[in-house]
Design a protein around this ligand. Structure first.
Ligand SMILES: [Zn+2]
Ligand SMILES: [Zn+2]
Length: 147
């Protein structure tokens, strides 16, 4: 299967966007992540990891484009910070939910087959045609418990 970054770049050029340095840098960074990043995380990682300075306004512009094209999912865990992760379709092994630390904002992915099965069963009982779901568990991460 093609990498998400490849699909994203093709979809962007198909939609008439020029390939640019900031766009490619953001897309490649997001493709390597196991979970969602905020605009601040993206800016920090580009700077420390690759020594690139990409301004916050450019990062917001790129993530907005990607959300509009359904290439990125906006993850909202209720702390007022928008985070973004690649929309990789509904392959089961990519599907995950989130643990969020209410102390420091740390976000971790988790997967659980029993949970998925319970949600499928629930979805078959309710009157809604359920198309999607997300589950966020709030708490306190290990680092915050120690300090
Ligand atoms: Zn995630
Ligand atoms: Zn924490």
């Amino acid at each position: 299967m093609a990498h998400w970054s490849q699909q994203a770049l093709e979809r962007l050029s198909g939609a008439g966007y020029r390939r640019g340095g900031a766009r490619e840098a953001v897309i490649e960074l997001l493709d390597e992540q196991p979970c969602a990043l905020s605009a601040q995380d993206i800016e920090d990682r580009l700077r420390t990891g690759e020594g690139r300075r990409v301004g916050r306004a450019s990062i917001y512009r790129v993530v907005d484009e990607l959300v509009t094209l359904n290439l990125l999912t906006r993850v909202d865990v209720g702390d007022g910070v928008a985070r973004y992760e690649p929309q990789r379709g509904h392959a089961e092994h990519e599907h995950h939910h989130h643990l969020v630390c209410d102390g420091c904002g740390r976000l971790e992915p988790f997967q659980d087959d029993a949970l998925e099965q319970a949600i499928r069963q629930l979805a078959s009982r309710v009157s809604f045609d359920v198309s999607d779901h997300d589950v966020t568990l709030h708490g306190c991460c290990q680092a915050c418990r120690i300090s």
